[in-house]
Design a protein around this ligand. Sequence first.
Ligand code: AMP
Length: 284
Amino acid sequence: MSIEVIRDLRGLHSAIARHRNGPLNTAASLAIVPTMGAIHEGHEALVIEAKRNANIVLATIFVNPMQFGANEDLDKYPKSEIEDIKRLEDKGCDIVYIPSTETIYPDGFDLTINVPKLSSVLCGKERKNHFQGVATVVAKLLLQSGADYAIFGEKDYQQLLIITSLVRDLDIPCQIIPVNTVRDSNGLAISSRNQYLSSKQVDIANNINLVMNEAAKNFYNIDISETISSIKKNLGNAGIDKIDYIEIRNSHNLENTSNNDKSNARLFIAVYIDEVRLIDNIKL
Ligand code: AMP
């Protein structure tokens, strides 16, 4: 069956109702895959995971203005709607919801959802209010769709924890399912923003994962400060010297990891290559 393209809330509700009561003739389960479009292999892995867990797969494409800062790339964020729909359909997606900004934030909209502790570190330090925008739109999408499952990538690990926390605290009856970061053959985490890189810059960016893996090998034998400084040095040698953060934190709560307790440690990195901000994280 071909994918249904829906752009408003009433259409979304009726498409979901039709699918839930459709040919399966049972209370079919629904998984949602929220995206900002520019669909790539990372998003496709989420759709595949959604299909493994639920009868109906709903992807969403919404470039959420609320999560972009004043000087960020909202206006030039890559858009490729026709190709996106085709790729989602090819992976077996049933419905794609592409709401307008007015559909998500109608006149008079006056709400922000904040998950303050998890949002105050890492990407939340530089990008003020970013995670409030993410939390608010994701809460809306989960409630608009009534999805039983929501699939998120570990590529945006902090976002995954924030959403897990908000779903728990608001008692939203939706199970959050994480998916490992999808990487290209050189180890670079696939991202819509990789499109902004020239081929020379991609060669430089390929070092991020190499340097992270090298740090993971020695992590349990040396002090955390040494790990951080060797990452910084190795990134610098690779031509990456504009660093937003290099941090090692606990995978469950994002608290700082100490030399005395390195359990559940995870390495988080955000760097700039020219103006392009890239993030990555790995388990240590
Ligand atoms: P975005 O369109 O960048 O907002 O991402 C939408 C979803 O895809 C989020 O859950 C991301 O974590 C996930 N995602 C993006 N890139 C990757 C990747 N390389 N591997 C796995 N998931 C990803």
